[in-house]
Design a protein around this ligand. Sequence first.
Ligand SMILES: Nc1ncnc2c1ncn2[C@@H]1O[C@H](COP(=O)(O)OP(=O)(O)O)[C@@H](O)[C@H]1O
Ligand SMILES: [Mg+2]
Length: 220
Amino acid sequence: MIQFSNVSKFYDEQIVLKDISFNIEKGDLVYLTGPSGSGKTTLLKLVYRAEHPDDGQILVAGWDVAKLRQKTIPFLRRNVGIVFQDFRLLPNKTVFDNIAIALRIQGLDPRLINEKVNDALNDVGLKHKSHALSQHLSGGEQQRVVIGRAMVSKPTVLLADEPTGNLDVETADIVIKLFKEINARGTTVLIATHNRELFMTSGRRVIFLRDSAIEKDIIP
Ligand SMILES: Nc1ncnc2c1ncn2[C@@H]1O[C@H](COP(=O)(O)OP(=O)(O)O)[C@@H](O)[C@H]1O
Ligand SMILES: [Mg+2]
């Protein structure tokens, strides 16, 4: 579902990822970790074509990502949901509107939008907050809106970049539980985190980045 073959990425002269290869199967939930600056965010950006590799091949849900034309990128992004650490919600819009926004941009029928947004709200347990302004939600609830927004187009892949970075331990647990539920329903999930607590006892695959390379890839 996400396959890197000999991928390298530079920023100017600095090498960030060097000859990286791995394969994440459909339906997996995988953690990506490593010290700050080890390239976790860059690797995720390569998956959804926010960055372009300097070498190698990247296959995501059947797309040859590096070869995509600019106008095809939005189709890739509908298959790849993204959850950032800083929530990037519109604070003075409702929960519903925050989740609906991409669907409106796509020009979907309002009735279909209603159906999809309500499904997403159910998925993240926020139906009762549909009309609340996102700025009035707790941090954990805001992160659930972000996850709902990422899931509304029913992507086959969900990427999360330090999704618990701003949350206390209890709230982080709830968010991780949500990722596991989403994964159990069939979505492939890749979570970048420097928080060892999240993956140490998870029993899931963990890819460790260090010095531009995969230091270890622990597959349970
Ligand atoms: N847009 C950019 N331009 C130049 N250097 C960057 C850019 N983004 C990240 N870097 C550098 O690339 C390295 C990896 O960064 P990043 O992928 O953000 O790592 P991580 O998410 O593991 O902390 C760091 O040295 C960082 O400073
Ligand atoms: Mg990062």
